[in-house]
Design a protein around this ligand. Structure first.
Ligand SMILES: NC(=O)c1ccc[n+]([C@@H]2O[C@H](COP(=O)([O-])OP(=O)(O)OC[C@H]3O[C@@H](n4cnc5c(N)ncnc54)[C@H](OP(=O)(O)O)[C@@H]3O)[C@@H](O)[C@H]2O)c1
Length: 279
């Protein structure tokens, strides 16, 4: 029988610490970003049905020459596809676009608007996708604690690899992160750079200067040091390359405390009709 420690161990290695985001990037821009990312060493790609770029991500991967077995690909199911007869067919469409027979991780992108599809129904369909071998792992995104509890009741915490949430120095989301940790569920931080807002932060600049690093590297290192996975995006090869090097940076306890003090509950992604009651 799995103990909590076992679950932690499994999930700690299930979600890679560093990946490439693709939100907002379309057409040739996403093809170039993914190709540059793979070329400089990224092996983890985060996309979603609603991003409208799965086919271009698939094209970039195919043209990169990187073997599928060396990649970790995440997609997210859009809210229109949560019903039990729609989720698996929609994931099969995503796989065709991505030119693969399975993804590594499939997430429920947002809570079902107006609770139109019950949590137990879409988590059950997601678990079925895993049983069918269409995805190695399953998880959720933008779930508050109450919704995480419902998802856990539906499929068990050991089957929920991650909750992908907005988390950056200005929105540290500690309640959700602590609850997830207590359940052995990994946190993936999205918008770790607060979509570029943290780049000019004076506190982060001072820490960066002390390490001869960039503010982006400091921010990404801070999140990884807290145990979160990160998936920053960039359209620039130099930024992609620099961000990846955050994995080599270690902040001191004092620097981590300075970063912790930057929290100001500043949420950047709060779409009406999709957002749950945030914790
Ligand atoms: N689950 C969800 O609901 C959800 C929501 C939002 C995002 N996400 C995922 O999380 C990923 C990351 O979030 P995000 O792309 O919105 O924001 P982000 O990674 O926080 O920030 C990306 C922005 O930062 C800039 N940037 C990146 N590296 C930089 C550097 N070294 N120096 C200066 N600027 C830099 C980029 O500009 P340049 O292109 O000029 O480098 C871009 O404008 C997304 O791509 C997506 O995959 C998921």
């Amino acid at each position: 029988m799995a103990t909590n420690n076992d679950i932690n161990d499994i999930n700690d290695t299930t979600i890679p610490a560093f990946g490439l985001g693709t939100f907002r990037l379309k057409g040739q821009v996403v093809i170039d970003s993914v190709k540059n990312g793979l070329d400089v060493g990224y092996r983890v790609i985060d996309t979603a049905q609603i991003y409208g770029n799965e086919a271009e991500v698939g094209q970039a991967i195919a043209e990169s020459g990187v073997a599928r077995k060396d990649l970790f690909i995440t997609t997210k199911i859009w809210t229109d596809n949560y019903a039990k007869d729609k989720l698996v067919p929609s994931l099969k469409d995503s796989l065709a676009k991505l030119r693969t027979d399975h993804v590594d991780l499939t997430l429920i992108h947002w809570p079902s608007p107006g609770n139109a599809v019950p949590v137990a129904e879409f988590m059950g369909a997601l678990a079925e996708a895993k049983t069918l071998g269409l995805t190695k792992h399953i998880g959720v995104s933008n779930f508050n604690i109450a919704l995480m509890k419902e998802a856990i009741a539906a499929v068990g915490a050991e089957n929920i690899a991650t909750n992908q949430i907005e988390l950056h120095p200005y929105l540290q989301n500690r309640k959700v992160a602590e609850f997830a940790k207590s359940q052995g569920i990994h946190i993936t931080s999205y918008m770790t750079l607060a979509y570029g807002k943290v780049i000019a932060d004076p506190v982060i600049e001072a820490i960066a200067k002390a390490h001869n690093a960039t503010t982006a590297q400091v921010t990404l290192a801070w999140a990884m040091q807290l145990g979160y996975a990160v998936i920053p995006s960039s359209t620039k090869r130099a930024n992609l390359e620099g961000n990846l090097k955050a994995q080599q940076l270690k902040l001191s306890d004092a620097e981590m405390a300075q970063m912790a003090a930057l929290d100001r509950d500043e949420r950047l992604t709060d779409p009406a009709g999709l957002s749950p009651a945030w914790d």
